[in-house]
Design a protein around this ligand. Structure first.
Ligand code: OOG
Ligand code: NI
Length: 268
């Protein structure tokens, strides 16, 4: 397990931008405006299969060992996902959102494909220092990817990419030039980036104390066992948080908004 949070996040960032060049460019674009040249991350997100070897708890263990605490849980009925979020007592550290696919709710065919993939993985890899940026631990054919895609975009994405940060999230509250998400979105669109419009360009708002937007995922090549194909990789998210009536800034997530953010890895 890691002993340094900043090193872990730096390693995860390098792994993420390698398949998400847009995030690298947007980071530079927004950081340019800063006197500090420093972007604060609101959160990062991970995806996994709810199976013994790969359960959400296995990923969470890496963060719990670094002092994170479980704070909220979420259910996405139609997408067959369960999620939890974690916070660190040092609120300058990013929050973590981890979801898992309830594999047992998929068709027999999809379950069989996923079982076949996870069976190739050594159970020990989940405790390795580099697990959260270790990618995929199985071979997968393009046909199996396509079969999963028919049923669950999430399953297909995870089967193709494995374990890596699905997105980093810019804390709009900590940007220097603006603290309005609509300004950030306008700036990104001017620069030619494509935003996720599912459920509206801005999901949520002051009424739920959290407003979010995201790019549509980049596309990057994946080496399937039989061919190489470019598929959606990762995206970048932008979050603006509001203070609650008690004066404290909301730190949770909003299931209705998250449901739409997941769709940032859909083929656009
Ligand atoms: C997670 C989507 C939810 C949020 O901030 O609400 C999310 C995912 O796409 O894996 O990140
Ligand atoms: Ni997110």
């Amino acid at each position: 397990m890691h002993n340094n949070i900043d090193t872990l996040f730096a390693n995860m960032w390098d792994d993420y931008v390698a398949i998400t060049p847009s995030a690298h460019k947007i980071h530079a674009l927004l950081a340019d405006e800063e006197s500090t040249n420093n972007i604060v991350n609101d959160h990062v997100a991970f995806r996994t299969f709810a199976l013994d070897k790969t359960a959400l708890e296995k990923l969470a263990a890496h963060f719990l060992a670094l002092g994170y605490t479980e704070m909220g849980d979420y259910n996405f009925e139609a997408k067959k996902l369960t999620a939890k979020h974690f916070e660190h007592p040092d609120d300058t550290k990013p929050k973590v959102f981890i979801s898992e696919l309830r594999v047992n709710e998929l068709s027999d065919n999809a379950q069989a494909i996923i079982q076949k993939l996870v069976a190739q993985m050594d159970a020990d890899v989940v405790t390795a220092d580099n697990f959260l940026y270790s990618g995929r631990h199985w071979d997968i054919s393009k046909a199996d990817y396509d079969a999963l895609l028919d049923e669950s975009e999430y399953a297909a994405w995870l089967a193709a990419w494995g374990f890596c940060a699905n997105h980093f999230t810019v804390s709009v509250n900590h940007l220097g030039q603006t603290d309005e998400l609509s300004d950030v979105n306008a700036r990104l669109k001017d620069a030619g980036f494509v935003l996720n419009t599912s459920g509206g360009e801005i999901k949520g708002g002051p009424e739920v104390f959290l407003a979010q937007s995201s790019t549509m995922a980049d596309r990057a090549p994946v080496n399937f066992s039989d061919e190489t194909a470019a598929i959606p990789s990762c995206f970048y998210e932008f979050a603006q948080r509001y203070n609650m009536p008690n004066g404290k800034r909301y730190q949770g997530f909003v299931a209705a908004s998250a449901d739409k953010i997941f769709e940032s890895t859909n083929a656009s």
